[in-house]
Design a protein around this ligand. Structure first.
Ligand SMILES: Cc1ncc(C[n+]2csc(CCOP(=O)(O)OP(=O)(O)O)c2C)c(N)n1
Ligand SMILES: [Mg+2]
Length: 269
C-alpha cells in the first residue's frame, strides 16, 4: 500500500502469489478480484487466472506470479516500455527470490539500461519453512544493490509512512531518469506459509514481537496521533468491511466460466 500510494494509475506493478493486496493497492476493485479468487466468470481475468496469477492491465497490474521472482523479470520488461512513456514499473517479491539468477540479471540490466524500475523486496525472513539467514549469503539484501551501483534502502515494512516515503523517493528518481532502486521492506508473516502450515519452526518470542507490530495497529496509532478520530477510523473500517462482504456475496452468486467458450480463455483489453 505504501509503495502504490507513490504511483500514478498508469504506472506498472507486478506482484507475487500473495498478490491480492498488491492488486487492491494498485486499484483493482474488490468485486472482480474476489470473483477471480473464486474462479468466477465475473473475475478480473474471467475466472481463468485464479487466486495466484491475477492480471489487471487496466489498473497497471501486469501480473501476479506463482513462480518465485517472476515479477522481477516481468517488471524489467514493463520498465523498458514505461521508459518511453514517462512511467515507472515496480516489482514486489520475497526474500526467497533474491538468490535466484534472474534477480541479479534483472538488476544488472535495469541499471545498465537506466530503467525506471523499483525493486521492492518484502523481506519476511522466511521462504516457506526456511529462514532467510540460512540460505542468503551475507544476509544483507539491500546491500546487494551496491554491486550494481544502484541506490537502496532498508525500510520498516510494517510502517505505512516509512514505506510511502522510501518508495516516493525511489519512484521520483526512476521517473526523472535516475534509474532503478532496490528497497528492502522488512516485515513478517502473521501466519504460516499457507493455510496448511502451522509454522512450528518460528520461535514464539519472534512471532510475538512481530505481531505486536501489526501494520494495521501501527497505522491506527499514527492516525490517532495525527488527530484522526476513533469514530472516523471505525466508520472507514465498517465501510471497507461492507465492501468486502458485498464483493464476496457477489462472487459466490456469480457463475463459473463456460469451459466450451474458447473466447473466455483469451485476454482482451
Ligand atoms: C521458481 C520457484 N521455486 C520454488 C517455488 C515454490 N515456492 C513457492 S513459495 C516459496 C517461498 C518463497 O519465499 P519468499 O520469496 O520469501 O516469499 P514469501 O512466501 O515469504 O512471501 C517457494 C520456494 C516456486 N513457486 N517457484
Ligand atoms: Mg519470505
Amino acid at each position: 500500500m505504501g509503495t502504490c500510494l507513490a504511483l500514478r494509475p498508469d504506472d506498472y506493478v507486478a506482484g507475487t502469489y500473495r498478490g491480492h493486496g498488491h492488486a487492491l493497492a494498485k486499484g483493482t476493485p474488490p468485486e472482480p478480484l474476489v470473483a477471480e479468487m473464486l474462479g468466477r466468470a465475473t473475475g478480473v481475468c474471467g475466472g481463468r487466472a485464479g487466486s495466484m496469477n491475477v492480471v489487471d492491465v487496466e489498473h497497471g497490474l501486469i501480473g501476479c506470479y506463482g513462480i518465485v521472482g517472476g515479477s522481477i523479470a516481468a517488471t524489467v520488461g514493463a520498465a523498458m516500455s514505461a521508459k518511453r512513456q514517462g512511467g515507472v514499473a515496480v516489482a514486489f517479491f520475497g526474500d526467497g527470490a533474491v538468490n535466484q539468477a534472474y534477480f541479479h540479471e534483472c538488476l544488472n540490466m535495469a541499471k545498465v539500461l537506466l530503467l525506471p524500475a523499483v525493486f521492492v523486496c518484502e523481506n519476511n525472513f522466511y521462504g516457506e519453512f526456511t529462514p532467510m539467514s540460512s540460505v542468503t549469503a551475507g544476509g544483507d539484501i539491500a546491500g546487494r544493490a551496491r554491486a550494481y551501483d544502484m541506490p537502496s534502502a532498508v525500510l520498516d515494512g510494517n510502517d505505512l509512512w516509512a514505506v510511502y516515503e522510501g518508495a516516493s523517493e525511489a519512484v521520483e528518481r526512476a521517473r526523472n531518469g535516475g534509474g532503478p532502486t532496490l528497497l528492502e521492506c522488512q516485515t513478517y508473516r502473521h501466519y504460516g506459509h499457507s493455510k496448511s502450515d502451522p509454522a512450528p519452526y518460528r520461535p514464539k518470542e519472534e512471532v510475538e514481537r512481530w505481531l505486536a507490530r501489526d501494520p494495521l495497529k501501527l497505522a491506527r496509532a499514527r492516525l490517532l496521533e495525527e488527530g484522526v478520530t476513533e469514530e472516523r477510523i471505525e466508520q472507514t473500517e465498517a465501510e471497507v468491511g461492507a465492501l468486502i462482504e458485498h464483493a464476496v456475496a457477489a462472487a459466490l452468486a456469480a457463475p463459473y466460466p463456460d469451459p466450451d467458450q474458447v473466447a473466455a480463455t483469451e485476454y482482451r483489453r
